[in-house]
Design a protein around this ligand. Sequence first.
Ligand code: HEC
Ligand code: HEC
Length: 452
Amino acid sequence: MSGARPGVVVIALLATVACRRAEPPRPWSEAWLAGEADRYLGAVADRRAALEASLVNPDNVYSRQRLKAYGYETSGWDALPVWNPRSRPIDRAAADELARRVWPTLPAERLWDGTRPTTQAAWVALGRRVFFEFPLRPEFAVEHVLTPWSPTAELPADAAVQAAALGLERTPAGDVPGLVVFDDVDGKPRVGITCAICHTAVRDGVVVAGAARRGLDLGKLRLAYYRDTGTTVDPDLTRRMATWGPGRADVTEDDDEDPVAIPDLWGLRDQSFLTHAGTIRHIGPAALAIRQETQLLHASGLRVRPPRELAWALAMYLYSIEPPPARPVTNAAVVARGAELFEVHCRLCHGSASGGGDPVAAELVGTDPSLAHGKARGTGRYRVTSLVRVADAAPYLHDGSVPTLALLLSSDRLEPGFTGGVRGPGPIRGHLYGIDLRVPDRDALIRYLESR
Ligand code: HEC
Ligand code: HEC
């Protein structure tokens, strides 16, 4: 009997070691992300559970579509064929060929070689390729700007300048980030758009990944296509497209008229909810990966779905995006005063590390409530926008209606005769915080915001 004792001690010791080992990895560590990847890429029940937990309002169109079709393993969207495209970013050579109505040669390989990355760095690198190269869909209006629309026609000499003015920006080397040539699902070559068309900008000749493309006017691009090709369009649709941009897009598939400002993608990890109306509870990386997976399959017109590895890679890349450096602080005392005012008047809502926070009721913040109450993505709330590099994020609010921080903090914009709004004349209501401060205090607050 006494011989059993050392054994008990050994088992107890082993149990202690095992317990230590089982301590969960720190969130966002490589081990933690690897575990989350296994869960998302593994059992369908886990994906379904993550979807359900992430949808804030099960009754809006966005949620209903997903609840009906996502995470059923053998039916719904899981049954769509997996599509791993051949795609080539449009650089100067490809653009020149398109201008001569020649289809640029595509690489022989598909975008993904089919091997699952084993390190976080490799996931991020793969995700970057998806972000810049995975075609969401063919975009005829964009193809039209790059290609003469009949064999006898020629592109105008200033076609590239015109295209850039509508947001098809080029680098000094002639790359057009966000555009690709690809073999569509039906095998036909097309010009397509990727995430980067809306979520990168070319600033001082450099591609800034994650920055909203605030000059992009997809509505105008489409109207130009319809005009030049003599396509008849429903007048109501024409009117709606004219009201979209620049810098706004309606990324939903419903009839609601609710284009919203393209957000910068800084500090996503820190954001408790995703999208302006806080449609998605950001319960973890799976919530973002599912958003991207379902966005990509929707963009294909529900013909195909992306390899799930690519949706995960995309999410990993999005988390890795760093903002450009903040503006240098020129008057530290004023900025410090602004920081104090921020503590008192703003921190309650803008309390996270990146200055965002949990959504608040649309009636409380008082801005245009139509998106928050829309049937497409509505939750009744607006998420508190993060303030990373907010000085470069104009125009402000979910609808991109306020041109400057000074006007956001000024009662001028509440006047019935106000004409300084981005979206046309008339007062811009809501978000009255800081508006009653004395002018020097408002200035200090603005200097502080510029330093973030
Ligand atoms: C046509 C322009 C466009 C394209 C293309 C596009 N987005 Fe967006 N994106 C938007 C707009 C507009 C919103 C805001 C939607 C809302 O708030 O309802 C948004 C929101 C987001 C958000 C939520 C950010 C936040 O602050 O809550 C993420 C993440 C995102 N997009 C990633 C992507 C990725 C990844 C792709 C490629 C698969 C992509 N987007 C393609 C325009 C676009
Ligand atoms: C009651 C909560 C609340 C308080 C307090 C608050 N905000 Fe906000 N803030 C929001 C919400 C919600 C939005 C998004 C509203 C929308 O898009 O319609 C927002 C948006 C903003 C934006 C727009 C950012 C962008 O990129 O569009 C700025 C700038 C801002 N707030 C600054 C401030 C400052 C400065 C203060 C303090 C003087 C402050 N906020 C106080 C809730 C709040």
